[in-house]
Design a protein. Structure first.
Length: 161
């Protein structure tokens, strides 16, 4: 065990060592625990065992991780849409020809995708000093204002022939 580290875990092929350094007393003491790996296959942890463990985790773990990340993303998008629908509803009250709430919610929900794409592209690039949340908000606002204006624009009257 490393006495300079406050705690640690050292894995061997047939055992592991865990240690904690207590510094509450006048002299630091190191508590160490040795544990044999008898419950593992042949009592040995090697690359083959870890690969087998990873292969057994992937069919169950990846779909679960995907579902959790998808639900987290949908929750964030839902909260954002709810906030902007409330903000737009308050803004539309002052407008002479307000959009129905149903149209506003549709526009706000669909404006998430282009802004998310812009955010993802810039997040993938190795840029430093770029405020990605501000960039996302700007892209979202551009699409939101553009869609609202497009929905409110009155088409030119048809010319009689």
């Amino acid at each position: 065990p490393d006495t300079n580290a406050p705690f640690g875990l050292l894995l061997h092929a047939d055992r592991f060592v865990f240690w904690v350094t207590n510094t509450n007393g006048p002299a630091p003491t190191v508590q160490t625990q040795h544990q044999r790996l008898l419950g593992f296959p042949d009592g040995e942890v090697n690359g083959r065992y870890l690969r087998q463990l990873l292969r057994s985790f992937l069919p169950l773990g990846l779909p679960l991780v995907w579902v959790v990340l998808t639900l987290a993303g949908l929750t964030i998008i839902g909260a954002q849409v709810g906030f902007f629908v409330l903000l737009t509803a308050l803004w539309e009250r002052m407008s002479p020809s307000p959009l129905p709430l149903r149209h506003s919610a549709n526009i706000i929900a669909h404006a998430v995708t282009p802004a998310a794409i812009v955010f993802t592209v810039y997040a993938a690039l190795p840029l430093t000093g770029v405020d990605l949340w501000l960039l996302y908000l700007i892209a979202y606002s551009v699409f939101l204002i553009g869609a609202t204006t497009a929905c409110r624009a009155v088409p030119p009257a048809a010319r009689p022939d």
